[in-house]
Design a protein around this ligand. Structure first.
Ligand code: PMP
Length: 396
């Protein structure tokens, strides 16, 4: 078909072809997954707080299904805007200490929709080079200029802000925690720069929501920056264990998005059962602080154990722990060997990460025990030795 087969062959040859694997859940064991006949320790899920199978969430969804049915039937602008949507958005705004919140179908649509609604041709978006693909796609679709700054390089961001200081609309956008590296954006400096240059600031809290802050509000609020962040975006697909996304900010922002965000306007509302599940998850995220504590303690332990074993796992204090393997083939072989040893952990390759930094992206959950993680480190270490990854990594 128009040369697609040939291009796929090339992808396969350089170990870059993606293939969809089937992974089933294990009832009552959120830290595990099933592949074929085998039960594997799941070190590749974003179910950080271990809520994806929580009985209270499942019960809320089941009850809603019985009462409200399967689908919303139309977009929120038509007849899909159920009372539960409005209640959820009020609860989200209260949780985030902001005026208003707006639910989106998922994080990809939220990022694409918000950026497309706020900027257009002639405007400029300043975006960290490691920002999520949905942010990049949002910028491309908006037709605004993409001013990409080097990862966490505040001098570079300043230089670009200076260069574009006369533009009509300027938007700085960053992940709070970077999805493939697990490090944090320098939100304090970014907030200072946004004020100095009169830009808007958008923060994607997909990997920090539920994890930081006393009630899991995320990094901006933990740092006391909620009023400097004009657009706070978060997802329900990770710490919440469900699906969907939200944006918080001023009531002007949400009013604007209701009128301009195309993924919201031209797509069917989420099924009511999802809204019921998300609302229950929001209660649990806020009240069950022990999940955050357990997750962060386990993550620190796992990261330091891998580091002591001699792996290059970067720095950070979050449940995303990247083990840099280098080339694509080694990362793939590492992932296959882990599976043989009873661990599901995906190899992440370009273009998701820069060339030469293919990796295993471990992500932990409050559902994992120290015993499981200790055993996993032993197995990871022996695979690292076999594949020569330990020898080649930076042990400084
Ligand atoms: N932002 C970031 C930083 C993400 O990692 C992801 C998904 N992995 C998204 C947005 C998209 O969220 P969703 O999966 O809800 O579409």
């Amino acid at each position: 078909m128009n040369g697609l087969e040939k291009e796929l062959e090339v992808l396969d040859r350089v170990s870059l072809e993606r293939r969809l694997r089937v992974s089933a859940s294990v009832p009552e064991s959120p830290g595990y997954t099933v592949r074929g006949e085998r039960v594997l320790l799941n070190l590749s899920s974003n179910d950080y707080l271990g809520l994806a199978q929580h009985p209270a969430i499942v019960e809320a969804m089941r009850n809603s299904l019985l009462i409200e049915g399967a689908g919303a039937g139309a977009s929120r602008h038509v007849t899909g805007n159920r009372p539960s949507y409005v209640q959820l958005e009020q609860a989200l705004a209260e949780w985030q200490n902001r005026d208003a919140a707006l639910v989106f179908a998922n994080g990809y649509m939220a990022n694409a929709g918000v950026i497309g609604a706020l900027v257009s041709r002639g405007d400029v978006v300043f975006s960290d080079q490691f920002n999520h693909a949905s942010i990049v796609d949002g910028i491309v679709m908006s037709r605004a200029e993409h001013a990409r700054y080097r990862h966490n390089d505040m001098e570079h961001l300043r230089a670009l802000l200076n260069k574009h200081r006369h533009r009509r609309r300027k938007l700085i956008v960053t992940d709070a925690v970077f999805s493939m590296d697990g490090d944090q954006a320098n939100l304090i400096e970014i907030a200072a720069l946004k004020k100095e240059y009169g830009a808007m600031l958008m923060v994607d809290e997909a990997h920090s929501g539920g994890i930081y802050g006393l009630r899991g509000e995320g990094l901006s609020l933990e740092l006391g920056l909620e009023n400097d962040v004009d657009i706070h975006m978060g997802t329900f697909s990770k710490s919440f264990g469900v699906y969907g996304a939200y944006v918080c900010g001023s009531s002007t922002l949400t009013r604007w998005l209701v009128n301009k965000a195309r993924p919201l306007m031209y797509s069917t509302a989420l099924p009511p059962s999802l809204i019921a599940g998300i609302s229950k998850a929001l209660d649990l995220v806020q009240s069950e602080h022990w999940r955050r504590e357990q997750l962060l303690t386990a993550s620190a332990f796992f990261r330091s154990s891998l580091c002591q074993a001699g792996f290059n796992v970067g720095e950070g204090n979050c449940p995303i722990v990247p083990l840099i393997a280098g080339d694509n083939d080694t990362a793939l072989r590492f992932s296959h060997a882990l599976e043989t040893e009873g661990i599901a952990a995906a190899a992440i390759r370009p273009p998701t990460v820069p060339d030469g930094t293919a990796r295993i992206r471990f992500s932990l959950s409050a559902a994992h025990t120290f015993k499981e993680l200790t055993d996993a480190v032993t197995r990871i270490r022996s695979i690292g030795l076999q594949l020569g990854v330990l020898d080649s990594c930076d042990q400084s």
